[in-house]
Design a protein around this ligand. Structure first.
Ligand SMILES: NC(=O)c1ccc[n+]([C@@H]2O[C@H](COP(=O)([O-])OP(=O)(O)OC[C@H]3O[C@@H](n4cnc5c(N)ncnc54)[C@H](OP(=O)(O)O)[C@@H]3O)[C@@H](O)[C@H]2O)c1
Length: 282
């Protein structure tokens, strides 16, 4: 096999995170599997020699610092960080209480930042590393009923794109992953919460959205075990991609985004090109 690497994975107690931990171990790498409930992580990942399970609520910078220290104490390094853990808070923007919107940003945007802040000094010292952050199709395209989740994922992407330029010279790669719908527990009651009704104007659409979202649970086309194996291939490549769009539905969304952006550029191109000071050469 290629060089053995040390992976630190958030949210490894269920869903995609558990599958990533198992795929990474099966490929012969070492894993620091983290989660809010270490016993659940142990149960989900199973026993392995090169496995360290440690507590990490991604909204706690102290947890992040302690998990990184535990990883370095055990394995001496961290080669790959996977910012995987997240929740879904859905609903119409006007019906999502501000504190819930903030909670979504705290978990899905500030959480990955906090864990990465703890890991980066280790990677800079090594002059090598790879930060993989799981975004979403909703990090490429905004959807009705998804403003809080999409705001967090769009933010994650802007932060990751900027970080890429800051850390490349230290030998640290970054990859944004845009999964389509994968059959995990994200749409279960444990992970997803929906805004309570408060604005009558949304009543019919809210009901239709809830029916649609609940119907998706367990029917998502993507297989998280395959995605986990694909991430091992991506991380093992000599020149990891800045972005990995995962699943046929995600590719369709990305292509929709490209054509919409092209159309938006074309629609007012001449107006846009006319905005420089008159003394600026075009
Ligand atoms: N499944 C999809 O269709 C899909 C599509 C696009 C993107 N994604 C993204 O894929 C990633 C994995 O999600 P999933 O589909 O595997 O969902 P999941 O089955 O619901 O798993 C979510 C994981 O995140 C953990 N988590 C939530 N809040 C946490 C916190 N504050 N600290 C630490 N861990 C926390 C959960 O742990 P607990 O057990 O402690 O709650 C759980 O292990 C997420 O970033 C999600 O946004 C998923």
């Amino acid at each position: 096999m290629r060089d053995k690497k040390v992976w630190l994975i958030t949210g490894a107690g269920r869903g995609l995170g558990a599958d990533i931990a198992k795929a990474v171990l099966a490929a012969g790498h070492a894993v620091v599997a983290t989660g809010r409930d270490p016993a659940a992580v142990r149960r989900a990942v199973g026993p392995a020699d090169d496995l360290l399970v440690t507590a990490l609520d991604i909204t706690s910078p102290d947890d992040a610092a302690a998990a990184v220290q535990a990883a370095v104490d055990r394995f001496g390094r961290i080669d790959v960080l996977v910012n995987n853990a997240a929740t879904l808070i859905a609903g119409y923007f006007e019906e999502i209480p501000p504190e819930d919107f903030e909670r979504q940003l705290r978990t899905n945007l500030l959480g990955p930042m906090s864990v990465t802040r703890a890991v980066l000094p280790v990677m800079r010292r090594q002059r090598s590393g790879h930060i993989i952050s799981i975004s979403s199709g909703a990090g490429l395209v905004g959807f009705e009923f998804s403003s809080a989740y999409a705001a967090a994922k769009f933010g994650l992407e802007g932060w990751m794109d900027s970080l890429a330029a800051e850390v490349a010279s230290f030998g640290v790669h970054t990859t944004i992953v845009n999964p389509g719908f994968f059959r995990t527990e994200l749409l279960s009651q444990e992970s997803a919460s929906y805004a309570q009704e408060s604005v009558d104007d949304y009543a019919d659409r809210r009901a239709a959205q809830l029916t649609w979202w609940n119907a998706q649970h367990g029917q998502q086309p993507g297989d998280p075990v395959k995605l986990a194996r694909a991430l091992v291939i991506v991380a093992d490549s000599d020149d990891p991609p800045r972005r990995f769009i995962a699943g046929a539905d995600a590719i369709a969304l990305a292509e929709q985004k490209i054509s919409e952006l092209s159309a938006q550029v074309a629609a007012f191109r001449e107006l846009s090109l006319s905005l420089a000071h008159d003394d600026t050469e075009s």
